[in-house]
Design a protein around this ligand. Sequence first.
Ligand code: ADP
Ligand code: MN
Length: 253
Amino acid sequence: KISKADDILQKMLSEKRLKSVEDKRVGSEVFDRITLKTLYKLANEGYIHRLNGAISTGKEANVFTGIDKNDNFVAVKIYRVTTSDFKKMQTYIQGDPRFRVRTTNKRQLINAWVNKEFRNLQRADDAGVKVPKPIVAKNNILVMEYIGDEEGDAALPMRHSTIKSPEELLNKVINNMKLLYKKAGLVHGDLSSYNILIQDNEPVIIDISQGMTKDHPIAEELLNRDIENIAKDFKKLGVKISAEEIKSEIIDL
Ligand code: ADP
Ligand code: MN
């Protein structure tokens, strides 16, 4: 039975569940005791056999490439308890009838947040929106479908991709937004070219933790912001489109 964070880390390294000693630096910086325990649990349950390199080190979360027990790539998003934006989490969780959490407990709030991302992904996927399929959420860790190629290179965000046919891509993005809004009944709330990955010329919408049901008091405002971001990002690529045009396509299915 192991308990101390260092022991768990050591054990994961010796079992090659964390890729290398190099990751130990990332590890000790990122992983607090509960995160390591959670990781270890997920490892024992077969969701993550190994954790490879980091794809992204964001403000609130780190995303890693993992390998599950069947040798498939998975994406592992680990929220850092220390740097999470609790104000934002509170704002977005309050008013969402799906969540009733004691909003003063940071850990509970993060767990609810991760759970919210999982459920939003599930709901979007059920509606046919192209998103990473969620696999498991436990505490501050979300495991989901890996968006990338067979070599293990993660797909790039639209912002950093070369877009061959922006008009075509925009149509696909609008179609996904429409499905998300009309069929899943969700508003993303942080949609932009940073949160759209490009895999084989197809857009994949990610980072939907703040996503809310469309009856949420601030849903309309966030939908408008999402639409404006998308209009702006595609204008930069030379597409002639206004926010109003996008909105009318999304609303009038
Ligand atoms: P945040 O922006 O809050 O840090 P994101 O969910 O946007 O978190 O993830 C950060 C980055 O990690 C993304 O821009 C993308 O490069 C990568 N990423 C996230 N999810 C996946 C995934 N399922 N497959 C591949 N890469 C991913
Ligand atoms: Mn993001």
